[in-house]
Design a protein around this ligand. Structure first.
Ligand code: SF4
Length: 493
């Protein structure tokens, strides 16, 4: 039973805002009569990429049905919902909405489903278009009526107002957009998967195993593990895969060859699940490699290395291994907390963080502690964690971040605070150490970040990325935006 609210209680929001957050995950299933059910399970595995809304469109081409709404996958996609989504093709989406009312979130839930001259079309999108507003204005001038605030609807309108087959419409539409887009699309009985020419966000192609028929697309390989699918390969930057009863056909988007690749390096630092293989590399290996590099660049005499769970765990293991310092889980995470909490009027110090993390005093007391985290955004959460470790009796607290200072916002589909809110955009490292109350703060260098990810063996489809200096986007650390953001920065931030 929920505790009654009285004048003595205060409702507080989870301060997860002190994190960069991925906005979406996409899936697609073709050629299986349980397509909606498989999409649902794949979305379950991608829940970390968006927890605000979820949706599936399924059908057989002629008829497509949609169920989408606000909430976690398990809340929105019920058994009854899956029964109402028959058909051998499905696309699914999990979304993290940045702002707006519950009504706005419900309206912006994906996949979007429309009926146009080409028939019913469903689109699920991960990423952000940097020219969405200009295209939207042009479309509105020509009479298009928009019902959501998402960039995805721009793509839908461009498809609807193009001519030819769905594949031709997709290619014509995407020729006009700039930015980051990974799409799963269905509409003519086929499934399509698309990655933008720079390959900013990931998308992988797999095949169902054993006696189960069909192909699957997903943002990350962890979705395949749950449904028993075998990874075939990455969808390549600038590629459209078309999947039908004859198999998988590869097409290229127009005028995209020789564009530099810009895979989001932050997927390896934080966003992707450690059990996924992203851009040809295992994420847990990448994170350990980042930790080892961090130890080489920012050594400090210490007794124990502890991670900020869960995302700092592998980097801390790498740091400890390289530094020869024992690794311990000195902070325990409560996995069962919600987004809002009722706090007593007599405030508890660092209440929000304490609900999620609790220090293990016997590991920390009297020790010189290295705390490893993957990022430091506003610094407010790190300050509370440092305080928590110190109040558990640590002799020294040294904060180590397995990425360079985050100095610039992302315009390619990751929710970041404004530049002014990013602590590293206006404070030096010693100033940040003073702000968070640590004895020292150490970041990974930009060169170290790239070296740590690139030293890993790249598998098929990422081999080309591995050898190219411009292969990864690191704009949130460097301010070097690989896809021109034009006036976008000034307007949105
Ligand atoms: S700006 Fe940062 S978060 Fe955004 S795509 Fe580039 S590396 Fe990823």
């Amino acid at each position: 039973m929920t505790a009654p609210m009285t004048a003595n209680w205060r409702l507080v929001e989870d301060d997860g805002a002190d994190r960069m957050r991925d906005r979406c995950g996409v899936v697609g299933v073709f050629g299986n009569r349980e397509a909606a059910n498989l999409a649902y399970l794949a979305m379950y595995a991608l829940q970390h990429r968006g927890q605000e809304s979820a949706g599936i469109v399924a059908g057989d081409g002629e008829v497509l049905r949609r169920i989408a709404g606000v909430g976690l996958v398990a809340d929105v996609i019920t058994e009854r919902a899956i029964e109402a989504l028959p058909g051998a093709v499905a696309v699914g989406h999990v979304r993290y909405a940045t702002a707006g009312s519950e009504q706005d979130k419900a309206r912006d839930a994906q996949p979007l489903l429309v009926r146009c001259q080409a028939g019913p079309i469903a689109v699920a999108h991960n990423g952000n278009l940097v020219n969405a507003d200009a295209l939207r204005a042009q479309l509105e001038e020509r009479g298009s009526i928009f019902q959501t605030s998402s960039d995805t609807e721009v793509i839908v309108h461009l498809i609807a107002t193009s001519h030819g087959s769905l594949l031709e419409r997709l290619k014509k539409s995407l020729k006009q957009v700039r930015g980051a887009y990974t799409l799963t699309v269905t509409g003519d009985g086929r499934l399509y998967g698309v990655r933008d020419p720079s390959g900013v966000r990931p998308l992988v192609l797999g095949q169902l195993n054993g006696d189960r028929q069909g192909f699957v697309l997903a943002s990350e390989t962890c979705a395949f593990d749950l449904i028993g699918a075998r990874l075939l390969r990455d969808v390549e930057p600038g590629e459209v895969v078309q999947i039908d009863e004859h198999g998988v056909h590869s097409h290229r988007l127009e005028n995209v060859d020789n564009l530099p690749h810009a895979a989001c390096i932050f997927e390896h630092v934080y966003f992707a699940r450690p059990d996924s293989r992203v851009f040809g590399r295992w994420v847990h290996e990448a994170r350990k490699s980042l930790g080892r590099q961090l130890a080489k660049e920012t050594p400090v005499p210490a007794d124990v290395v502890i991670p900020v769970p869960d995302s700092g765990v592998y980097a801390a293991m790498g740091y400890a291994e390289q530094a020869g310092i024992p690794f311990e889980m000195g902070l325990v995470r409560n996995h069962y907390v919600g987004r809002t909490f009722i706090e007593p009027e007599q405030r508890i110090r660092n209440f929000g963080v304490k609900l999620k993390l609790n220090p293990v005093r016997s590991i920390i007391e009297g020790k010189r502690v290295v705390v490893v985290d993957d990022s430091l955004v506003r610094g407010t959460t790190s300050k509370k964690i440092v305080e928590m470790v110190r109040s558990s009796g640590a002799a020294e607290v040294h904060l180590r971040i397995s990425a360079p200072p985050t100095t610039s916002p992302c315009f390619y589909g990751i929710d970041t605070p404004t530049k002014e809110e990013l602590i590293a955009s206006h404070m030096t490292v010693p100033q940040i150490a003073a702000f968070v109350g640590a004895d020292s703060v150490g970041y990974l260098s930009r060169e170290g970040l790239h070296a740590a990810v690139r030293e890993l063996p790249a598998e098929r489809c990422a081999a080309d990325l591995a050898g190219r200096v411009s292969g990864f986007c690191d704009a949130c650390f460097s301010g070097d935006y690989p896809i021109s953001i034009g006036g976008h920065a000034a307007r949105r931030r």
